[in-house]
Every structure is written in C-alpha cells, then in structure tokens.
Design a protein around this ligand. Structure first.
Ligand code: 5GP
Length: 178
C-alpha cells in the first residue's frame, strides 16, 4: 500500500494469521452463547473490520450494535479522557453482551465501557479484543476473548488507523516514522 511521506509499514500480523485466529474466537463464542440472546457491541471506529469478520464466524443468531468513544485524535498516546460520542441504539436489558474492541492499551477506554454496560441491565458482559498491549496497562480489565498480545508499538491496519489512514490494510502493521 502507498504510505504517507515519512512513514513505513512493517507487517506484524499477516491477514492469514488474523483470519485463522478470528475464526477460532468465533467458534468459541458460538459454543459459549448457544441458546442465549447474544449482542455484539463494537467500539468504533477501530473495531469495524474485526467485527465484520467475527460476526461471520459466529454460527448463532446475533445482534450487532456500536458505540463510539472519544479518540486520541492525531496523537498516538493515551489522553486518559474517555467520553461517549455515540451510544447504543437499543437497550441491553436481559441480553448477553460481548464488547468488541480493536486493541487494549492502557485499559482506560474498556474499563469505562465495561462498567457502563454492567450498570445497564445486561444479563452478562464479556470483552473481546483483537489485540492486547499488556505492557501499557494502567487499569486491569478482564479480556475474555483475545486475539494476539503485541509489544508496545503503535500499529495500524485491519481497522486501526493513524489520522484515519491505513484502516483498509488487510494486515496489522507497525507504523515506523522515519
Ligand atoms: P486504551 O484506553 O486502552 O489506552 O485505548 C484503546 C484505544 O486506543 C484503542 O481502541 C485504539 O483506538 C487506541 N490505540 C491504542 N493503541 C493503539 C495502536 O497501537 N494503534 C492504533 N491505531 N490505535 C491504538
């Protein structure tokens, strides 16, 4: 893919590896939620590609909704400030919710969403994240379904961006600034 001047991409997780992992998470969710009213809640925008693949790997009736939280903007470091920009379209009363996130870094975003969802009457709430950067965690959050642990590097692709670039890359790549 064409890169922005001064930026280079190095593949960290190839699409084939991601595909395989996402399918196995989908199978586990299919087993765990058989007979239950399952709602996947994607956190925009970064989770949209993961969500699209995950939902097609789940062999159950499943509803999908999205929330958007304040982002880090152009900066690549956590501001620690979390705010709801778009809330769910429907209530979660009695539903079994799985929150679908692209990456857990400090944990601040998911910690907030997890608490928020649990206070809204869901039958259960679990967290599913494609990527995990455990070395940067500031708040402990339970990761019930996890794709890959990655080192403390800024990554893009498979939905993740920098200034809205590279979301359409099929691989997850390290972003190297030159
Ligand atoms: P946390 O609240 O856990 O620090 O932040 C999670 C959010 O930060 C993610 O949903 C994502 O939007 C952003 N983020 C954290 N690390 C990265 C990264 O390496 N690359 C990109 N593109 N976004 C990241």
């Amino acid at each position: 893919m064409q890169t922005f001047p001064g930026e280079r991409l190095e593949v960290l997780l190839a699409h084939s590896e991601i595909k395989h992992r996402v399918e196995s998470i989908g199978k586990r969710i299919t087993m765990d939620y058989d007979g239950k009213a399952l709602l996947l809640v994607g956190i925009l925008k970064g989770s949209f590609v993961f969500m699209a693949d995950l939902v097609r790997s789940i062999d159950l009736p499943v509803a999908v909704d999205f929330m958007a939280m304040s982002s880090y903007g152009a900066a690549t470091k956590s501001s620690g400030v979390v705010r709801i920009l778009k809330d769910l379209d429907h209530g979660v009363d009695g539903r079994h919710v799985v929150i679908v996130e692209d990456i857990v870094d400090t944990g601040l975003t998911l910690n907030y969403i997890y608490g928020h969802m649990r206070s809204r009457g869901a039958a259960s709430v679990k967290i599913c994240s494609l990527l995990d950067k455990p070395s940067r965690r500031q708040v402990a959050v339970p990761l019930h379904y996890k794709g890959f642990e990655i080192p403390d590097e800024f990554v893009v692709g498979y939905g993740l961006d920098v200034d809205e670039r590279y979301r359409n890359l099929p691989d997850v790549c390290r972003l190297v600034q030159e």
